[in-house]
Design a binder for this molecule. Sequence first.
Ligand code: 5GP
Ligand code: ZN
Length: 115
Amino acid sequence: MEECIFCKIIKGEIPSEKVYEDEEILAFKDINPAAPIHILVIPKKHIATLLDVSKEDNYLIAKIYEVINQIAKDLGIAKDGFRVITNCGKDAGQEVMHIHFHLLAGRKLGAKIVG
Ligand code: 5GP
Ligand code: ZN
């Protein structure tokens, strides 16, 4: 099976602009940003969607939020605010089947969170 695009980014087979990395989590700039700051935060473990998160992996999701907290402070967006989005499945428009958290900031994002 062809490996997923984010697993290739984790392995360095596809280049990315990394903003955070540890042994379990990677954060990198979205290639097609929807806001001045648009970062994708992912577990290095391949988990396809939010529906595939097992109990043993719950700590990874908690850790991703810790990482987002740190990135927000590091990038100076904590004060003005930011939005975190995870699309799951067809109707949400999930394109990459490796769970990811969009971190959006740098402009007023508006009250609506759905299109
Ligand atoms: P989704 O629609 O699955 O929630 O979001 C997938 C995101 O991945 C999109 O915002 C898209 O721009 C981003 N993306 C897709 N391919 C690549 C890539 O090769 N590199 C980077 N940095 N982002 C990508
Ligand atoms: Zn993957």
